[in-house]
Design a protein around this ligand. Structure first.
Ligand code: KG4
Ligand code: ZN
Length: 336
Protein backbone atom coordinates (compact mmCIF):
# COMPACT_ATOMS: atom_id res chain seq x y z
CA UNK A 1 0.00 0.00 0.00
CA UNK A 2 1.07 3.59 -0.62
CA UNK A 3 2.05 5.79 2.35
CA UNK A 4 -0.64 7.73 4.17
CA UNK A 5 -0.87 11.39 3.02
CA UNK A 6 -1.64 14.53 5.06
CA UNK A 7 -3.75 15.95 2.22
CA UNK A 8 -5.22 12.85 0.60
CA UNK A 9 -6.86 12.58 -2.80
CA UNK A 10 -9.89 10.29 -2.44
CA UNK A 11 -12.38 9.00 -4.99
CA UNK A 12 -15.80 8.40 -3.40
CA UNK A 13 -18.67 6.29 -4.74
CA UNK A 14 -22.34 6.62 -3.78
CA UNK A 15 -24.75 3.98 -5.08
CA UNK A 16 -27.16 3.35 -2.20
CA UNK A 17 -30.41 4.07 -4.07
CA UNK A 18 -31.15 5.47 -7.54
CA UNK A 19 -28.25 7.89 -8.06
CA UNK A 20 -24.92 6.70 -9.42
CA UNK A 21 -22.50 9.29 -8.05
CA UNK A 22 -18.72 9.67 -7.91
CA UNK A 23 -16.72 12.55 -6.46
CA UNK A 24 -13.04 13.34 -6.10
CA UNK A 25 -11.77 15.22 -3.07
CA UNK A 26 -8.21 16.47 -2.48
CA UNK A 27 -7.22 18.06 0.80
CA UNK A 28 -10.92 18.42 1.70
CA UNK A 29 -11.74 20.36 -1.50
CA UNK A 30 -14.11 18.84 -4.05
CA UNK A 31 -12.47 18.52 -7.51
CA UNK A 32 -15.34 16.67 -9.19
CA UNK A 33 -18.90 15.79 -8.20
CA UNK A 34 -20.76 13.73 -10.81
CA UNK A 35 -24.31 12.47 -10.24
CA UNK A 36 -26.26 10.39 -12.73
CA UNK A 37 -29.91 10.13 -11.60
CA UNK A 38 -31.79 7.11 -12.87
CA UNK A 39 -34.89 8.24 -14.78
CA UNK A 40 -36.28 4.72 -15.16
CA UNK A 41 -38.11 4.88 -11.78
CA UNK A 42 -40.26 7.93 -12.64
CA UNK A 43 -42.89 5.88 -14.47
CA UNK A 44 -43.08 3.30 -11.64
CA UNK A 45 -43.88 5.85 -8.91
CA UNK A 46 -40.93 4.65 -6.78
CA UNK A 47 -37.53 2.98 -6.97
CA UNK A 48 -37.54 -0.61 -8.29
CA UNK A 49 -34.48 -2.24 -6.61
CA UNK A 50 -33.72 -4.69 -9.42
CA UNK A 51 -33.77 -1.92 -12.04
CA UNK A 52 -31.67 0.35 -9.81
CA UNK A 53 -28.91 -2.28 -9.47
CA UNK A 54 -28.79 -2.84 -13.22
CA UNK A 55 -28.71 0.90 -13.94
CA UNK A 56 -25.77 1.36 -11.53
CA UNK A 57 -23.86 -1.32 -13.45
CA UNK A 58 -24.57 0.53 -16.67
CA UNK A 59 -23.61 4.00 -15.38
CA UNK A 60 -20.73 3.42 -12.99
CA UNK A 61 -17.89 3.28 -15.53
CA UNK A 62 -18.96 6.41 -17.51
CA UNK A 63 -19.53 8.31 -14.23
CA UNK A 64 -16.06 7.21 -13.00
CA UNK A 65 -14.38 8.36 -16.23
CA UNK A 66 -16.22 11.69 -16.11
CA UNK A 67 -15.23 12.29 -12.46
CA UNK A 68 -11.51 11.70 -13.18
CA UNK A 69 -11.71 13.92 -16.27
CA UNK A 70 -13.39 16.79 -14.36
CA UNK A 71 -10.93 16.45 -11.48
CA UNK A 72 -8.08 16.64 -14.01
CA UNK A 73 -6.31 13.60 -12.55
CA UNK A 74 -5.61 9.98 -13.39
CA UNK A 75 -6.33 7.04 -11.11
CA UNK A 76 -2.63 6.99 -10.16
CA UNK A 77 -3.13 10.23 -8.19
CA UNK A 78 -5.61 8.58 -5.81
CA UNK A 79 -4.72 7.72 -2.20
CA UNK A 80 -7.93 5.85 -1.30
CA UNK A 81 -11.32 4.72 -2.63
CA UNK A 82 -14.41 5.32 -0.51
CA UNK A 83 -17.83 3.76 -0.94
CA UNK A 84 -21.21 3.86 0.75
CA UNK A 85 -21.55 0.75 2.87
CA UNK A 86 -25.20 1.34 3.86
CA UNK A 87 -28.00 1.77 4.60
CA UNK A 88 -29.58 1.39 1.17
CA UNK A 89 -30.69 -1.11 -1.45
CA UNK A 90 -28.37 -4.09 -1.22
CA UNK A 91 -28.11 -4.72 -4.97
CA UNK A 92 -27.27 -1.07 -5.57
CA UNK A 93 -24.73 -0.91 -2.73
CA UNK A 94 -22.99 -4.05 -4.01
CA UNK A 95 -22.26 -2.42 -7.37
CA UNK A 96 -20.45 0.52 -5.70
CA UNK A 97 -18.66 -1.71 -3.18
CA UNK A 98 -17.35 -4.18 -5.74
CA UNK A 99 -16.24 -1.39 -8.08
CA UNK A 100 -14.38 0.25 -5.16
CA UNK A 101 -12.69 -3.01 -4.18
CA UNK A 102 -11.62 -3.64 -7.77
CA UNK A 103 -10.04 -0.19 -8.00
CA UNK A 104 -8.38 -0.60 -4.62
CA UNK A 105 -6.79 -3.91 -5.62
CA UNK A 106 -5.73 -2.62 -9.03
CA UNK A 107 -4.21 0.59 -7.65
CA UNK A 108 -2.90 -0.92 -4.39
CA UNK A 109 -4.61 1.72 -2.24
CA UNK A 110 -7.00 1.28 0.71
CA UNK A 111 -10.79 1.42 0.74
CA UNK A 112 -12.86 3.43 3.20
CA UNK A 113 -16.47 2.52 4.06
CA UNK A 114 -18.92 5.33 4.74
CA UNK A 115 -22.33 5.35 6.41
CA UNK A 116 -24.80 7.08 4.10
CA UNK A 117 -26.62 8.95 6.89
CA UNK A 118 -23.43 10.22 8.49
CA UNK A 119 -22.32 11.33 5.03
CA UNK A 120 -25.44 13.52 4.61
CA UNK A 121 -24.34 15.35 7.76
CA UNK A 122 -20.68 15.34 6.64
CA UNK A 123 -21.72 17.49 3.64
CA UNK A 124 -21.50 20.37 6.14
CA UNK A 125 -17.76 19.78 6.60
CA UNK A 126 -17.17 20.88 2.99
CA UNK A 127 -18.25 24.40 3.90
CA UNK A 128 -15.69 27.18 4.43
CA UNK A 129 -17.46 27.79 7.74
CA UNK A 130 -18.32 24.27 8.94
CA UNK A 131 -20.42 23.74 12.09
CA UNK A 132 -18.65 23.81 15.42
CA UNK A 133 -19.39 20.90 17.74
CA UNK A 134 -21.71 20.21 19.38
CA UNK A 135 -24.44 20.92 16.84
CA UNK A 136 -27.94 19.64 16.34
CA UNK A 137 -28.84 18.36 12.88
CA UNK A 138 -32.24 17.56 11.40
CA UNK A 139 -31.57 14.71 8.97
CA UNK A 140 -34.44 14.41 6.50
CA UNK A 141 -34.24 12.08 3.51
CA UNK A 142 -36.37 9.62 1.57
CA UNK A 143 -35.59 6.80 4.00
CA UNK A 144 -34.87 8.56 7.31
CA UNK A 145 -36.00 11.38 9.56
CA UNK A 146 -33.85 11.87 12.64
CA UNK A 147 -32.71 14.56 15.03
CA UNK A 148 -29.02 13.96 15.56
CA UNK A 149 -26.78 15.50 18.18
CA UNK A 150 -23.24 15.73 16.80
CA UNK A 151 -20.61 15.88 19.57
CA UNK A 152 -17.73 15.38 17.11
CA UNK A 153 -17.16 13.94 13.62
CA UNK A 154 -17.56 10.45 15.04
CA UNK A 155 -19.52 10.85 18.30
CA UNK A 156 -23.16 10.96 17.34
CA UNK A 157 -26.38 10.60 19.34
CA UNK A 158 -29.75 10.07 17.64
CA UNK A 159 -32.23 11.78 19.95
CA UNK A 160 -35.37 11.35 17.82
CA UNK A 161 -36.61 9.43 14.75
CA UNK A 162 -39.75 8.85 12.76
CA UNK A 163 -41.88 5.97 13.99
CA UNK A 164 -43.35 5.36 10.52
CA UNK A 165 -42.69 7.23 7.24
CA UNK A 166 -39.68 9.46 6.62
CA UNK A 167 -40.33 13.09 5.64
CA UNK A 168 -39.21 12.47 2.04
CA UNK A 169 -41.41 9.41 1.90
CA UNK A 170 -44.36 11.53 3.08
CA UNK A 171 -43.72 13.97 0.22
CA UNK A 172 -43.35 11.15 -2.31
CA UNK A 173 -46.48 9.27 -1.16
CA UNK A 174 -48.53 12.48 -1.18
CA UNK A 175 -47.24 13.15 -4.70
CA UNK A 176 -48.26 9.66 -5.85
CA UNK A 177 -51.82 10.27 -4.59
CA UNK A 178 -51.89 13.36 -6.82
CA UNK A 179 -50.35 11.48 -9.82
CA UNK A 180 -47.14 13.53 -9.58
CA UNK A 181 -44.16 11.44 -10.84
CA UNK A 182 -41.44 10.09 -8.51
CA UNK A 183 -39.64 11.65 -6.68
CA UNK A 184 -42.53 13.94 -5.82
CA UNK A 185 -40.80 16.07 -3.15
CA UNK A 186 -39.13 18.54 -5.54
CA UNK A 187 -42.31 18.97 -7.61
CA UNK A 188 -44.56 19.48 -4.58
CA UNK A 189 -42.04 22.10 -3.44
CA UNK A 190 -42.25 23.84 -6.83
CA UNK A 191 -46.08 23.83 -7.07
CA UNK A 192 -46.34 24.87 -3.40
CA UNK A 193 -44.61 28.17 -4.20
CA UNK A 194 -47.76 29.17 -6.16
CA UNK A 195 -50.36 27.95 -3.64
CA UNK A 196 -51.96 28.91 -0.34
CA UNK A 197 -50.47 26.89 2.55
CA UNK A 198 -53.59 27.41 4.65
CA UNK A 199 -56.06 26.30 1.94
CA UNK A 200 -56.50 22.86 3.52
CA UNK A 201 -55.67 21.64 6.97
CA UNK A 202 -54.00 18.28 7.69
CA UNK A 203 -52.95 16.79 11.04
CA UNK A 204 -49.61 17.72 12.60
CA UNK A 205 -48.48 14.82 14.79
CA UNK A 206 -47.13 15.73 18.23
CA UNK A 207 -45.28 12.78 19.75
CA UNK A 208 -43.52 12.17 23.05
CA UNK A 209 -39.84 13.08 23.10
CA UNK A 210 -38.34 14.07 19.76
CA UNK A 211 -39.99 11.53 17.49
CA UNK A 212 -41.96 12.05 14.30
CA UNK A 213 -44.94 10.44 12.57
CA UNK A 214 -46.29 11.14 9.09
CA UNK A 215 -48.81 8.32 8.70
CA UNK A 216 -51.70 10.50 9.96
CA UNK A 217 -51.08 13.04 7.21
CA UNK A 218 -50.97 10.26 4.61
CA UNK A 219 -54.32 8.77 5.69
CA UNK A 220 -56.00 12.15 6.07
CA UNK A 221 -54.83 13.26 2.62
CA UNK A 222 -56.00 10.01 1.02
CA UNK A 223 -59.53 10.30 2.46
CA UNK A 224 -59.68 14.01 1.67
CA UNK A 225 -58.74 13.47 -2.00
CA UNK A 226 -61.17 10.54 -2.33
CA UNK A 227 -64.02 12.62 -0.89
CA UNK A 228 -63.33 15.72 -2.97
CA UNK A 229 -62.83 13.73 -6.17
CA UNK A 230 -66.35 12.29 -5.80
CA UNK A 231 -67.69 15.85 -5.90
CA UNK A 232 -65.29 17.12 -8.59
CA UNK A 233 -63.33 14.47 -10.57
CA UNK A 234 -60.75 17.14 -11.47
CA UNK A 235 -60.34 18.33 -7.87
CA UNK A 236 -56.60 17.53 -7.67
CA UNK A 237 -55.75 19.14 -11.01
CA UNK A 238 -57.88 22.20 -10.29
CA UNK A 239 -56.35 22.75 -6.85
CA UNK A 240 -52.84 21.34 -7.25
CA UNK A 241 -50.91 24.40 -6.06
CA UNK A 242 -53.05 24.83 -2.93
CA UNK A 243 -52.86 21.11 -2.16
CA UNK A 244 -49.07 21.09 -2.54
CA UNK A 245 -48.68 24.24 -0.44
CA UNK A 246 -50.85 22.79 2.34
CA UNK A 247 -49.00 19.45 2.34
CA UNK A 248 -45.60 21.17 2.37
CA UNK A 249 -46.74 23.46 5.18
CA UNK A 250 -47.90 20.46 7.26
CA UNK A 251 -44.69 18.45 6.78
CA UNK A 252 -42.38 21.41 7.44
CA UNK A 253 -44.38 22.55 10.47
CA UNK A 254 -44.21 19.00 11.88
CA UNK A 255 -40.43 18.90 11.36
CA UNK A 256 -39.71 22.34 12.80
CA UNK A 257 -41.99 22.01 15.82
CA UNK A 258 -40.17 18.96 17.25
CA UNK A 259 -36.76 20.25 16.21
CA UNK A 260 -37.47 23.43 18.19
CA UNK A 261 -38.37 21.32 21.22
CA UNK A 262 -34.97 19.58 20.94
CA UNK A 263 -33.17 22.93 20.56
CA UNK A 264 -34.75 24.19 23.78
CA UNK A 265 -33.81 21.04 25.71
CA UNK A 266 -30.20 20.65 24.53
CA UNK A 267 -29.23 24.34 24.63
CA UNK A 268 -26.77 24.09 21.73
CA UNK A 269 -25.57 27.09 19.74
CA UNK A 270 -25.48 25.69 16.18
CA UNK A 271 -28.10 23.86 14.11
CA UNK A 272 -28.28 22.39 10.62
CA UNK A 273 -30.31 20.34 8.17
CA UNK A 274 -29.17 17.52 5.90
CA UNK A 275 -30.61 14.98 3.43
CA UNK A 276 -32.78 15.30 0.32
CA UNK A 277 -35.65 17.14 2.03
CA UNK A 278 -33.23 19.85 3.18
CA UNK A 279 -33.51 21.10 -0.43
CA UNK A 280 -37.07 22.12 0.43
CA UNK A 281 -37.45 25.88 0.15
CA UNK A 282 -39.92 26.31 2.99
CA UNK A 283 -37.86 24.13 5.34
CA UNK A 284 -34.74 26.20 4.57
CA UNK A 285 -36.65 29.44 5.29
CA UNK A 286 -38.16 28.09 8.50
CA UNK A 287 -34.77 26.93 9.76
CA UNK A 288 -33.36 30.43 9.28
CA UNK A 289 -36.32 31.87 11.21
CA UNK A 290 -35.74 29.33 13.98
CA UNK A 291 -32.08 30.33 14.12
CA UNK A 292 -32.97 34.01 14.44
CA UNK A 293 -35.55 33.30 17.13
CA UNK A 294 -33.11 31.31 19.31
CA UNK A 295 -29.97 33.23 18.24
CA UNK A 296 -28.29 30.15 16.77
CA UNK A 297 -25.80 29.73 13.95
CA UNK A 298 -27.66 27.98 11.10
CA UNK A 299 -26.03 25.60 8.61
CA UNK A 300 -27.86 24.84 5.36
CA UNK A 301 -26.02 22.81 2.69
CA UNK A 302 -25.89 24.04 -0.92
CA UNK A 303 -28.61 22.38 -3.04
CA UNK A 304 -26.19 19.99 -4.80
CA UNK A 305 -25.15 18.49 -1.44
CA UNK A 306 -28.71 17.92 -0.16
CA UNK A 307 -29.97 15.04 -2.30
CA UNK A 308 -27.77 11.97 -2.78
CA UNK A 309 -24.30 12.80 -4.05
CA UNK A 310 -20.77 11.48 -3.65
CA UNK A 311 -19.19 14.74 -2.45
CA UNK A 312 -20.74 14.03 0.96
CA UNK A 313 -19.29 10.49 0.91
CA UNK A 314 -15.91 12.04 0.11
CA UNK A 315 -16.27 14.51 3.00
CA UNK A 316 -16.93 11.70 5.47
CA UNK A 317 -14.14 9.59 3.94
CA UNK A 318 -11.67 12.46 4.35
CA UNK A 319 -12.26 12.37 8.12
CA UNK A 320 -11.93 8.56 8.19
CA UNK A 321 -8.66 8.80 6.26
CA UNK A 322 -7.18 11.32 8.69
CA UNK A 323 -8.14 8.93 11.55
CA UNK A 324 -6.66 5.93 9.66
CA UNK A 325 -10.07 4.25 9.60
CA UNK A 326 -9.59 2.02 6.58
CA UNK A 327 -11.82 -0.87 5.52
CA UNK A 328 -10.99 -4.50 4.95
CA UNK A 329 -11.45 -6.28 1.64
CA UNK A 330 -13.88 -8.60 3.41
CA UNK A 331 -16.18 -5.71 4.49
CA UNK A 332 -19.60 -5.93 2.87
CA UNK A 333 -22.54 -3.54 2.39
CA UNK A 334 -25.55 -3.57 4.70
CA UNK A 335 -29.13 -2.69 3.79
CA UNK A 336 -30.22 -1.39 7.23
O1 KG4 B 1 -31.27 12.10 0.60
P1 KG4 B 1 -32.02 11.66 -0.59
O2 KG4 B 1 -31.55 12.13 -1.94
O3 KG4 B 1 -32.10 10.10 -0.67
C1 KG4 B 1 -32.22 9.30 0.47
O4 KG4 B 1 -31.20 9.07 1.15
O5 KG4 B 1 -33.38 8.91 0.74
O6 KG4 B 1 -33.53 12.11 -0.36
C2 KG4 B 1 -34.50 11.88 -1.33
C3 KG4 B 1 -35.80 12.45 -0.83
C4 KG4 B 1 -36.98 12.10 -1.72
O7 KG4 B 1 -38.01 11.62 -0.90
C5 KG4 B 1 -37.34 13.43 -2.37
O8 KG4 B 1 -38.71 13.55 -2.69
C6 KG4 B 1 -36.94 14.40 -1.29
O9 KG4 B 1 -35.73 13.87 -0.78
N1 KG4 B 1 -36.72 15.76 -1.81
C7 KG4 B 1 -37.50 16.81 -1.47
C8 KG4 B 1 -36.98 17.93 -2.18
N2 KG4 B 1 -35.92 17.50 -2.92
C9 KG4 B 1 -35.77 16.17 -2.66
N3 KG4 B 1 -38.56 16.89 -0.65
C10 KG4 B 1 -39.14 18.10 -0.53
N4 KG4 B 1 -38.72 19.22 -1.18
C11 KG4 B 1 -37.65 19.18 -2.01
N5 KG4 B 1 -37.24 20.27 -2.64
ZN1 ZN C 1 -29.57 10.03 1.02
Amino acid sequence: MTQKQDSPCILAIESSCDDTAIAVIANNKILANVVSSQKIHEIHGGVIPELAGRAHLQFIVPVYNKALELAGITAQHLDAIAYTQGPGLIGSLLVGAQFAKGLSLGLNIPTITVNHLQAHIAAHYLSDTPPQFPFLCLLVSGGHTQIVLMYSHSKIEIIGSTIDDAAGEAFDKAAKMMSIPYPGGPLIDRYAELGNPLAYSFPIAKLEGFNYSFSGLKTSLLYFIQKQTKIDPDFVDNNLNDLCASIRYTIVKTLIQTFEKAISKYQIKEIGIAGGVSANRLLRQELLILGQKHQLKVHIPPFEYCTDNAAMIAAAAHQHYLNSQFAKLSDTPFAR
